[in-house]
Every structure is written in C-alpha cells, then in structure tokens.
Design a protein around this ligand. Sequence first.
Ligand SMILES: *[C@@H]1O[C@H](CO)[C@@H](O)[C@H](O)[C@H]1NC(C)=O
Ligand SMILES: *[C@@H]1O[C@H](CO)[C@@H](O)[C@H](O)[C@H]1NC(C)=O
Ligand SMILES: *[C@@H]1O[C@H](CO)[C@@H](O)[C@H](O)[C@H]1NC(C)=O
Ligand SMILES: [Cu+2]
Length: 175
Amino acid sequence: MGASLLPSPPFLAVFLFSLVTFSVNPEPALAITRHYKFDVMLQNVTRLCHTKSIVTVNGKFPGPRIVAREGDRLVIKVVNHVQNNISIHWHGIRQLRSGWADGPAYITQCPIQTGQSYVYNYTIVGQRGTLWWHAHISWLRSTLYGPIILLPKRGTPYPFAKPYKQVPIIFGNRL
Ligand SMILES: *[C@@H]1O[C@H](CO)[C@@H](O)[C@H](O)[C@H]1NC(C)=O
Ligand SMILES: *[C@@H]1O[C@H](CO)[C@@H](O)[C@H](O)[C@H]1NC(C)=O
Ligand SMILES: *[C@@H]1O[C@H](CO)[C@@H](O)[C@H](O)[C@H]1NC(C)=O
Ligand SMILES: [Cu+2]
C-alpha cells in the first residue's frame, strides 16, 4: 500500500531537478573566476616633467585595476622581472581560508624572487566597494599599487542610486 504511493523514479528526478533549479538559484548570480597577470617590470614614467625608471605592474603607473563581483574567485599570476624581491598585498580583502594569498613578505609567503612567479588565488566573500593592492616588501609600495573594484552580485542593487560611471582616484607620492 505505502509503496504504491511513492512517486515513480522519473517523477522524483524531475521534482528534485526543479527544487534545485528554483530554490538554490532563484536568479542567476553566477560567481566566476577572473584571471589576471601581473608582470612586475621596470618602466620609465614621466610626471611633472620628471622621468624616472620605476618598478611597475605591466608598465602602468598607477597599476592596473582589478574588477570582480562579490562571490567571484580571483586568480592573479604575479611574475617578477625585476631585480627586487616582490610580494603583493590585496589591501582590505578578507582572506578566508586563503591566508597564503594575503601577500605580506616573510609573514604569509616568501618573496617572489627575480624570474619567479606566484599565483594569488582567493574568493571575494561578503565585500563590496573599492580597495587597493600594493607591494608589501621594502619601499616598493611607493610605486607599486592599483585599485581593486568589488561590484555587488548581479541582480543585487548598490546601497545607493546606481552610479552612472565610476572613476577611481588614487593618491600617491610624486616620483
Ligand atoms: C628608460 O630610459 C633609459 C634612458 O633613456 C633607457 O636606457 C632604458 O632602457 C629605459 N627603460 C625602459 C624600461 O624603457
Ligand atoms: C630575496 O629573498 C630571498 C629569499 O627570502 C633572500 O634570501 C634574499 O636575501 C632576498 N634579497 C634581497 C635583495 O632582499
Ligand atoms: C584556486 O583555488 C581553487 C580552490 O582551492 C582550486 O580549485 C583552483 O584549482 C585554484 N586555481 C589555481 C589556478 O591555482
Ligand atoms: Cu595594505
């Protein structure tokens, strides 16, 4: 008697499928992995009529921006092409179970030596807004930095009117 009331296997399968589809994922807020490559290299940079060879990421000063959505994974390969030891700190990112991706040299990792690389791999959990990354060894942070822009999940509004445009403003020292 009881057995005859159980749904047949195909029905059960369809039911479970719709449960997963509609309850776990009510709207597509799919987290993705975003890959970046940071080539740490020398570059001649001119500011205020003054040219200097400085350590940069990808030849840019200030450095390239990282853009991610909350929930995304960032995989950032840093390759060191300069004579200095390097490490990069992702300032303000909460490293949950990924402490080895935090970046302070001699605290969570050995520095990346000349000709070597390191892959920083972490997810953005419960954070939105604009942060920054910078070198975390010696005084290299004076030229090695850039913005990290954390957008809300797709379908999640900003806690204010949606901005028409974003312009990161970074304050740094004169070269
Ligand atoms: C910077 O300029 C100097 C002098 O012109 C030049 O020798 C050097 O190769 C330049 N470095 C880069 C990375 O372009
Ligand atoms: C670079 O890092 C290595 C490994 O920690 C260390 O042995 C070496 O002294 C460092 N070089 C400089 C110039 O700090
Ligand atoms: C990043 O970390 C995740 C989770 O540990 C792992 O599955 C993935 O393979 C890693 N990716 C790289 C490129 O190291
Ligand atoms: Cu910092």
